[in-house]
Design a protein around this ligand. Structure first.
Ligand code: HEM
Ligand SMILES: [Ca+2]
Ligand SMILES: [Ca+2]
Length: 302
């Protein structure tokens, strides 16, 4: 996992990070929902073949065509940043690094704390839809979520923290509408707050709302804050996998700590911890040194 380091491009492309930042900024300013798209894209990259931009390759049979990736957004932001970075320093900066930096910049633009992103990743030469099988699903139990994160070297705190990325962005109703209508033989998921259930049912009608999009963090979908965790506490989580974090003792303590419900040594600051867990996630199975390549354009192998 070693090989990446903060400031990798200082000697070879000193403007790389600022070019990425200003590109992400201009896109997010015109469409604030892109911040969530870029954060999720980096997660989906890192969990499949490591953080190597495999998710960015276009074409038949690539990762992009796998079901969980069909709704990824922001490819045009990465392509734009890459074109500008190439113009400044051709052949130097990887697409994998641009995506990792763009994810960080997206969090900062949404009001989160910044962190230093180690760079030096190289771009992978493989992208296959069939490899997209270890991403967590919205129906996964806490145990399965923990196993999938542990397989990538991420512990329970990292899980609760990184899923906190759901403090921004939206989901299609299809990923949770079973909770609203046919979760048990009697109907809805009893862990949903009663008045919230009525709101969600209105937003996601049973037979016609599958593609409607709903904030993952009600009333705070563009702010990088702890509101997402407060919603979990109040039975206002959206995905079954999200609400489960409150209903399992091992993950609930982290939610409580982020909400300041456990004080003193047990207190934790979400926005600070998020950057720390992101650095761990951003270092999954890196290709460094002479592995892989530096792509010329992010959507195609050289
Ligand atoms: C147990 C782990 C996770 C599960 C089951 C999960 C599941 C999902 C699902 C089903 C969606 C909605 C997709 C759609 O409607 O197209 C979503 C959206 C999102 N996820 Fe996750 N996710 C997980 C972890 C993460 C992590 C670790 C991050 C980032 C660090 C993340 C960031 C996001 C963001 C930002 C969105 C909104 C995307 C947008 O608005 O375009 N998720 N997630
Ligand atoms: Ca990858
Ligand atoms: Ca929020």
């Amino acid at each position: 996992q070693g090989g990446s380091r903060v400031g990798f491009y200082l000697g070879t492309c000193p403007r790389a990070e600022s070019i990425v930042r200003s590109t992400v900024e201009s896109h997010v300013n015109s469409d604030p929902t892109l911040a969530a798209g870029l954060l999720r894209m980096h997660f989906h990259d890192c969990f499949v073949q490591g953080c190597d931009a495999s998710v960015l390759i276009a074409g038949a049979g690539t990762e992009r065509t796998a079901i969980p990736n069909l709704s990824l957004r922001g490819f045009e932001v990465i392509d734009d940043a890459k074109a500008k970075v190439e113009a400044a320093c051709p052949g130097v900066v990887s697409c994998a690094d641009i995506l990792a930096l763009a994810a960080r910049d997206s969090v900062v633009l949404s009001g989160g704390l910044s962190w230093q992103v180690p760079t030096g990743r190289r771009d992978g030469r493989v992208s296959q839809a069939s490899d997209v099988n270890n991403l967590p699903a919205p129906f996964d139990s806490v145990d399965v979520q923990k196993q999938k994160f542990a397989a990538k070297g991420l512990n329970t705190q990292d899980l609760v923290t990184l899923v906190g990325g759901h403090t921004i962005g939206t989901t299609a109703c299809q990923f949770f509408s079973n909770r609203l209508y046919n979760f048990t033989s009697n109907g809805p998921d009893p862990s949903i707050d009663a008045s919230f259930l009525l709101q969600l049912q209105a937003l996601c009608p049973q037979n016609s709302g599958a593609s409607n999009r709903i904030a993952l963090d009600t009333a705070s979908q563009n702010r990088f804050d702890t509101s997402y965790y407060a919603n979990l506490r109040n039975g206002r989580g959206i995905l079954q996998s999200d609400q489960a974090l409150w209903n399992d003792a091992s993950t609930k303590t982290y939610v409580q700590r982020y909400l300041g419900l456990l004080r003193g040594l047990l207190g934790l600051t979400f926005n600070a911890e998020f950057g720390r867990s992101m650095v761990k996630m951003s270092n999954i199975d890196l290709k460094t040194g002479s592995d892989g390549e530096i792509r010329k354009i992010c959507s195609a192998f050289n």
